[in-house]
Design a protein. Structure first.
Length: 258
């Protein structure tokens, strides 16, 4: 078993390179992340070719695995739709047999009708290739459909981490509650519910204490002066002074599910 490597502090280039070989990425915009001057086959095998690996027939095989034709290898990216281009990007990410794929809003640039197809493909490939995804998304529907565990970030800091079920059913952090409550919804008379209020602080100069306290309806003095550390509540980790084991947060009246 390979020893753990901290990419943020490791100085041994060989160790870092070995870990990087197991990581690939699917970018947000399939129209910007493909080299339009390259044949599709060259785009797909580039991660392998750059390390001197065998690329014979690899592009054709991967194209079929992502739902395209092997004949598409001899085309250029501009000949494909957005959903097809993202499938090419997925094939490229799979070419080096990675263990981890970082997915940065992989469907946000696609039509809604195509998003489901790409997400279902990613789910199938996850099982077939024994992959781990790190999915970055603002779309709660996508997150709920794809994620086993979810980390919620506010101003670049992790404020809550839980299983998908726990996070959507019993969110502990007030910001997580706000995210779920901000999903489009109507009241009993068909009127749109008032969205959350407050401006997002400057991430370069965040507020003291808990960065969320200027927008938090439950903020107390401790929230304004002391930054909460992540702590464990059952199977949830949360950075909130007021969160407890029984309530989403002490005195909370916000909506807890979507």
């Amino acid at each position: 078993m390979r020893s753990k490597v901290d990419l943020a502090s490791e100085t041994d280039a060989a160790k870092v390179d070995a870990v990087r070989a197991d990581i690939q990425m699917i970018f947000q915009d399939p129209y910007a992340s493909l080299n339009l001057r390259w044949w599709v086959k060259d785009v797909i095998v580039e991660p392998v070719a750059s390390r001197g690996g065998n690329t014979e027939g690899l592009a054709q095989k991967l194209l079929e695995q992502v739902g395209l034709s092997a004949l598409d290898a001899d085309k250029f990216p501009h000949e494909f739709s957005g959903g097809q281009r993202q499938r090419i990007c997925i094939a490229r990410a799979l070419s080096s047999e990675p263990k981890l794929i970082v997915c940065d809003e992989p469907t946000s640039a696609l039509d809604v009708s195509v998003q489901a197809q790409v997400l279902n493909l990613m789910s199938d490939l996850k099982d077939s290739f024994d992959l781990t995804y790190v999915l970055i998304s603002h779309d709660l529907t996508v997150v709920r459909h794809m994620a086993d565990r979810i980390g919620v970030l506010y101003l670049g800091r992790l404020v809550e981490e839980a299983t998908s079920t726990d996070l959507f059913e019993t969110p502990k952090h007030p910001y997580t509650q706000m995210l779920l409550a901000a999903a489009p919804q109507m009241d009993g008379f068909g009127r749109e519910v008032q969205p959350p209020e407050g401006e997002i602080p400057d991430p370069i100069n965040p507020p003291s204490g808990c960065a969320f306290h200027p927008r938090c309806p439950m903020a107390q003095d401790i929230c304004r002066t002391q930054r909460p550390e992540m702590r464990k509540l059952a199977d949830i980790r949360v950075a909130c002074h007021l969160a407890d084991d029984t309530n989403a947060a002490s005195g909370s009246t916000t909506r807890n599910s979507d």
